[in-house]
Design a protein around this ligand. Structure first.
Ligand code: F0G
Length: 461
């Protein structure tokens, strides 16, 4: 392939980690381009064998992480690399700062949601807002690690299939790291905001006439043929970075685990990463009990819900995905086994929510001055269901993981407030629930009288 004159993809010699197959347990020092086990073809995860002989001390870790907050070094300012003791090391010197591609990701806020708590029926509700990351989604926490390893392995090109956020994040980190990026997205099924990010950060962006699952299939074939490093969440380095969401959350809670963590489920990388972090934190004595980790999907993209209900988590039930929450419009989730495992380990639940429930929950989160994209709002919609089912008790503490920023999908938000979102669909009659939350823009003649009349009307209503 003469067009690609990049150095041979040699892979990185692991320093403090190894790859382990999630099915057969095979351990290896290197991974193939598709990040699948050479023996059985299942997914790989990263493991830290030296923890067996020399387990990091929980109190020493907490003190080091806290101390690093005072430092201005790029590694310490990053909310991901601050937790580098539990991450793979990319350098010859442990966690060599020069090797790392960082946009100062992580460090995301934890907000109280008192009105949403009331509407869901719980006394305390918090939101960990990953939409406050540099490119506006949780993907940045994984991308800083995986992009760093891509460059370390000598790749000139990185690539991903995406419903939008991964491509925005990958394009940004590739640009920062001096690499080129190739994006495969389903045509017409990702928001303009996300597409515009990929373009601005300089990615070669292909809109394919197929869904996300088709884009991912194509990417997996591509990486076997071309020296292109894949940055989807099949890449286990991504999940290591995304683990830090849970570390940072627990640190913000002074290491007192909440009763529940609720996360949206699409390709199921993020739930797997959070679950892996909880398992490791327990192993290292950073926490003494598990929060229950629950995954919420859109009804039209409910592969994990069906997999757990219909096969007990033994076999994937793929679906033809359809939802307005385009970030999670995924029918064949790659990390379903990892997610099923962590749900079982933490005794979490898996639920699905309707399009109307998503729209309502999104508006309620917005009305608290926080805002998120539709895929993130499934968490609040799901919480309401889990409270009704008595899986979540009114006095339990709950953290919702808001995965993407409100500004990621303005078409959805404007369509909702103008009353156009469900026009012509079976959900059109949901106005009794949704109308009180709508704030349509008001077009007026440019007179003071007209503005004052509008103000008075708003005050009366
Ligand atoms: N929320 C948002 C905002 C997302 O962008 C995604 C996934 C998810 C939730 C689901 O996370 O896949 O780890 O279960 N977006 C991917 C993308 C697929 O290409 O941007 P998951």
């Amino acid at each position: 392939m003469p067009a690609f004159s990049s150095p041979a993809p040699t892979g990185v010699q692991p320093t403090n980690f190894r790859f382990r197959c999630i099915a057969c347990g095979d351990l290896s020092d290197s991974a193939s381009q598709d990040f699948r086990c050479a023996h059985c073809g299942d997914l790989l995860e990263i493991t830290y064998p030296q923890w067996k002989e020399a387990k990091p001390n929980a109190e020493t870790l907490k003190a080091a992480w806290s101390q690093r907050r005072l430092s201005q070094s790029p590694l310490d300012v990053s909310g991901v690399w601050r937790f580098r003791d539990l991450l793979p090391s990319p350098g010859t010197a442990p966690h060599d700062a020069l090797q790392v591609i960082t946009l100062r990701e992580g460090n995301t806020p934890l907000y109280e949601l008192p009105q949403c708590a009331r509407s869901a029926g719980v006394s305390r509700l918090l939101a960990k807002h990953q939409g406050m990351n540099p490119t506006g989604s949780f993907k940045d926490c994984g991308m800083t690690v995986a992009a760093t390893f891509a460059r370390r392995a000598g790749f000139r090109w990185v690539a991903c299939a995406s419903t939008g956020n991964t491509s925005a994040s990958m394009a940004a980190y590739a640009a920062r790291g001096g690499m080129s990026s190739l994006v495969l997205v389903p045509e017409g099924k990702i928001s303009w905001s996300k597409l515009s990010q990929a373009l601005d950060y300089g990615a070669v962006t292909c809109q394919l006439r197929i869904d996300f699952d088709g884009c991912l299939r194509l990417l997996q074939e591509l990486v076997r043929r071309a020296p292109v490093y894949q940055l989807n969440s099949i890449n286990p380095f991504r999940l290591e970075g995304q683990k830090t969401l849970a570390l940072e959350l627990l640190e913000q809670l002074d290491w007192n685990p909440p009763d529940h963590i609720i996360v949206p489920g699409g390709n199921l990388g993020n739930s797997s990463a959070i679950g892996k972090a909880l398992l490791e934190m327990r192993e290292l004595g950073l926490i003494s009990r598990f929060p229950k980790l629950s995954v919420i999907q859109a009804e039209g993209a409910n592969a994990l819900v069906r997999t757990l209900r219909e096969t007990g988590g033994k076999r994937l039930v793929s679906v033809q995905a359809e939802t307005r929450a385009t970030a999670i419009r995924i029918g064949n989730p790659a990390s379903w086994k990892k997610a099923a495992h962590v749900l079982e380990a933490t005794r979490g639940a898996c639920e699905q929510v309707s399009e109307v429930e998503i729209a309502q929950a999104k508006a309620e989160i917005g009305a608290e001055g926080i805002g998120c994209e539709p895929a993130s709002a499934v968490t609040l919609a799901g919480l309401k269901k889990l409270v009704k089912q008595k899986f979540v008790k009114p006095d339990e503490s709950v953290v919702l993981v808001l995965t993407g920023n409100l500004l990621k999908d303005p078409d959805f938000t404007i369509g909702f407030h103008r009353g156009e979102l469900f026009k012509g669909s079976a959900d059109e009659n949901a106005s009794a629930v949704l109308d009180p939350l709508r704030r349509a823009p008001i077009v007026l003649d440019a007179t003071l009288d007209a503005v004052i009349r509008t103000l008075e009307q708003a005050e009366r209503s």
